[in-house]
Ligand binder design. Structure first.
Ligand code: S3P
Length: 173
């Protein structure tokens, strides 16, 4: 892979980071990791439970610790990250140290359809989840863009096409 050791996927909730990441790992024969899964495993608790009992700030601290611990340890890996992870100060730099960062950019309308009725994301569980989503998208998108080495638009593309696009773009940077 032209010296590329790790690929880090970032993007909003519902952009397909975990799904695409696992397919990408299979294609490249890389190991697959997901920060949400790592946090749940380590704390033996669900993300919803962490948010409900310890609060968002504690979850953000766990996210930062998780990626700090991976520095120097990831090799031939795909790392999928929680949608809010790049927003915490210091994390964009850590992500770029870990590997080539790919922003999976998905339009608001597609994200909205995918997340309709979702009960697993604490940030979107409020009554006005539409407004929350819009505000988060507006605030986060420029941060995702500034953090990424590569931006891949996922709208109306198959997982195979997206995986192909990530592989070839990553090799050309
Ligand atoms: C969050 C995204 C979630 C999860 C948590 C918070 C966010 O991950 O980390 O619910 O702040 O956007 P996904 O992006 O995998 O849904």
């Amino acid at each position: 892979m032209n010296g590329i050791n790790n690929i880090i996927l970032i993007g909003f909730m519902g952009s397909g980071k975990t799904y695409i990441g696992s397919h990408l790992a299979e294609k490249l024969n890389f190991n697959f990791y997901d920060t949400d899964e790592m946090i749940e495993k380590e704390s033996q608790s669900s993300i919803q439970h962490i948010f409900a009992t310890k609060g968002e700030a504690c979850f953000r601290q766990l996210e930062s610790t998780t990626i700090q611990r991976l520095i120097g340890k990831l090799d031939h890996a795909i790392l999928s990250t929680g949608g809010g992870l790049p927003i915490t100060e210091g994390n964009p730099e850590l992500l770029r140290q870990l590997g080539k960062v790919v922003f999976l950019k998905t339009s608001r309308d597609i994200i909205k359809v995918r997340l309709a009725g979702d009960t697993t994301r604490p940030l979107l569980s409020a009554e006005d989840s539409d407004n929350t989503m819009d505000a988060l998208l507006k605030f986060r998108t420029p941060i995702y863009e500034a953090t990424a080495h590569i931006i891949v638009n996922t709208d109306n593309k198959s997982v195979e096409t997206i995986v192909e696009e990530i592989s070839s773009k990553v090799m050309n940077i």
